[in-house]
Design a protein around this ligand. Structure first.
Ligand SMILES: C[S@@+](CC[C@H](N)C(=O)[O-])C[C@H]1O[C@@H](n2cnc3c(N)ncnc32)[C@H](O)[C@@H]1O
Length: 328
């Protein structure tokens, strides 16, 4: 019954809007998710998402091996830090403003990784023998969250804010995140990029994958990923502009500007199109709000973005080196 109600995006939006605004709303939401199993583990999807970040690092001709890594937005299941550890990262600091991670989720994730080592090796383009050996090293001595995180070389900082990590300057090789940036307001994102630039080593990279589409379209097939672009800022504030369902509705062009304005230059900047949303926009089936009229239909319909960005000074030195080599 609850599942059926929640399949309609407006019902879910109203419930989340109310829960966001009442005491203990977050805890109630979490209990609800667990009882109706809407947060059921989808192992292959989670593994593929975390492997995306590892492949992006490799695309920039780097490796997580021996790297010091900062992850923004741990969430419930620590696939990203644990898989980075499996690839032999030296240290992973994962930080979150919300305390979603607990012992149960951590062990569920670790065991799931253990039963999918072949898939992980394939997705991360890594040697299976190496992965199997490393997994054995990661098995904790005790069945406790602290012991598991220790054996995975993971530090969990919560509550922690990616705007102020207290890490030393230039101490991090990669700042990474998966499905996080779309949930952060533009002003805060700017501050996070400033902090990322400070903590990254000269040749370090910001490596992010995120989803600029309307998340309600993931379970309500009657709407497209561009659905939320019909609303004014004021209307969206109720449906998903605050609290538990927060989505910033930034378009890929806005992210590009934010990265560049805060001193980053792209090594990888990849965008995916949601064809269903594009068709709806081009056929005028969706009335786009005036605030979004400045974007092209493709910019409105983009539903995923993968980014690897280095500090501007270094990237521009690299690209001018590349250019001068090409001119020889
Ligand atoms: C949608 S969840 C994604 C979690 C996880 N990366 C995943 O893919 O399952 C976004 C997470 O980002 C966290 N977050 C939001 N703003 C943050 C900030 N300023 N610093 C650190 N974490 C933040 C939220 O608390 C939430 O856990």
């Amino acid at each position: 019954m609850i599942k059926k109600i929640m399949k309609n995006w407006k019902n879910k939006a109203h419930i989340l809007a109310v829960l966001s605004r009442i005491p203990y709303g977050r805890q109630i939401y979490h209990k609800l998710q667990r009882s109706v199993r809407t947060n059921k583990l989808d192992a292959e999807t989670e593994i593929r998402k975390a492997a995306d970040l590892i492949r992006l690092i490799k695309e920039a001709n780097r490796t997580p091996e021996n790297a010091n890594i900062l992850e923004i937005g741990t969430g419930w299941r620590p696939f990203v830090p644990m898989m980075l550890s499996l690839l032999n990262a030296k240290s992973i600091l994962t930080i979150d403003v919300n305390p979603w991670l607990d012992e149960e989720y951590a062990f569920e994730t670790f065991e799931c990784i253990g039963s999918h080592l072949e898939l992980i090796a394939k997705e991360c383009e890594a040697d299976i023998n190496y992965i199997e050996h490393r997994y054995q090293e990661m098995i904790p001595e005790k069945k406790s969250l602290t012991s598991l995180l220790d054996s995975c070389r993971v530090d969990y900082l919560c509550p922690g804010d990616a705007r102020k990590t207290d890490l030393p300057d230039e101490s991090i090789d990669f700042v990474v995140s998966s499905n996080v940036l779309e949930h952060i307001p533009a002003e805060i994102l700017s501050e996070i990029l400033v902090e990322s630039k400070r903590v990254l080593k000269t040749n370090g990279f910001a490596v992010h994958r995120f989803n600029p589409q309307d998340h309600y379209s993931g379970f309500d097939s009657s709407i497209t990923g561009a659905n939320f672009l019909q609303f004014s800022e004021k209307e969206w504030k109720w449906y998903g502009g605050t609290g538990l369902a927060y989505h910033n509705r930034l378009r890929c062009r806005d992210y590009e500007n934010l990265f560049e304005q805060n001193g980053f230059q792209f090594e990888v900047n990849r965008v995916r199109m949601d064809q269903k949303a594009l068709n709806a926009i081009q056929a005028n089936e969706l009335s786009i709000h005036d605030d979004y009229k400045k974007y092209t239909p493709e910019e409105l319909a983009a539903d995923y973005m993968w980014v690897v960005a280095g500090k501007t000074e270094v990237s521009s030195i690299n690209s001018s080196k590349k250019e001068s080599l090409q001119n020889k």
